[in-house]
Write a protein that binds this ligand. Sequence first.
Ligand SMILES: NC(=O)c1ccc[n+]([C@@H]2O[C@H](COP(=O)([O-])OP(=O)(O)OC[C@H]3O[C@@H](n4cnc5c(N)ncnc54)[C@H](OP(=O)(O)O)[C@@H]3O)[C@@H](O)[C@H]2O)c1
Length: 339
Amino acid sequence: MRQSGKVVRITIIGFGNVGGCVAEVLMRRREAFIREYGIDFRVVGVADAKGVFVSEDGIKWDILRSFRERHSISRNTDMSALELIEDVEHDIVVEATPTNLKSGEPGLSHIIAALRASRHVVTSNKGPVALKYDELMNIADAKGVQLRFEATVGGAMPLISLIQNLEGNEVTAIKGVLNGTCNYILTRMYEEKIPFEHALREAQALGIAESDPSQDISGEDTAVKLVILANAVFHMKASLDDVSVQGISEITPEALKLADDAGYTIKLVGEVSRERLEVAPRLVLKGDPLDVRGTLNVATVKTDIAGDITIVGKGAGPKEAASAVLSDMLKICTTEKLR
Ligand SMILES: NC(=O)c1ccc[n+]([C@@H]2O[C@H](COP(=O)([O-])OP(=O)(O)OC[C@H]3O[C@@H](n4cnc5c(N)ncnc54)[C@H](OP(=O)(O)O)[C@@H]3O)[C@@H](O)[C@H]2O)c1
């Protein structure tokens, strides 16, 4: 049994639900990571919108917890998140600030600064990856570091890792239910025969839908995920404007009943291939692999040799996003000689 591991220094930029969850698991599983991977993760800096906290030997959990719970822990107000990324020596930046689909900021600047400083980056933030995929990958390549973003597409569902494991195959299309909020609403409308507004209010009361659910129900959130897949898997240089998008607000219980009588259900399906970038409510045969219920996500990867491979999992939630972030961090550690 290994008693000590190689120290890998982390900063977490954006210390909210996802960032805090990543830190919590890193602390809780520290001994297991040393034992199983020979890696001793140390969080040397964290940042939220109010300031940063740094300890080059690794921040203790009680301090991280008070930072996360916004207690009166003193923050370095004279150091910005960008200065933390650039000036404090470390190996991996976890970027988990809010998604901005117009400018990508503040995450875009954080990721560019981290890559330029030759640090690996793991992000759950869809904005920068959807808006500037090529630019970010070019900087990462020039600096010999990795940018990983599993959490931006399927939450805990390791869709990008699955595709990376299909070496030798040509991926011809990816089709799936990539928004848990819409899937929950459609499932409730189908099972309880309730109207859209009623199911939406229920989802909001349960914390499944945000108070402003527009990005989810309009189909935009799914479209962003398709753009990321189009660029990362199909090298398409796509943007949100290239996606044909239709949301779920027009679906009625009557439409679901008609579909049901004919042996179908209705799902918000996103599909990406070289020929098609589309989000729309679609008829799905009952019992089809895409017929998953509640907040679950599902994706079918169509390939020339392996055929169709379908993966199902929880697509949203801080714990689920943290699972993807941790998996990306461990992949970096196991494929790179970290300084
Ligand atoms: N939650 C999920 O289920 C989930 C799943 C997959 C992906 N994501 C994505 O992951 C990211 C984080 O989500 P979340 O749920 O953790 O969000 P969150 O709880 O709102 O946390 C965001 C964090 O970013 C900080 N922040 C904002 N502006 C900043 C700045 N300029 N510099 C440094 N820190 C800044 C916030 O600080 P303050 O608290 O001081 O404002 C907060 O700590 C988002 O991009 C989200 O879309 C989330």
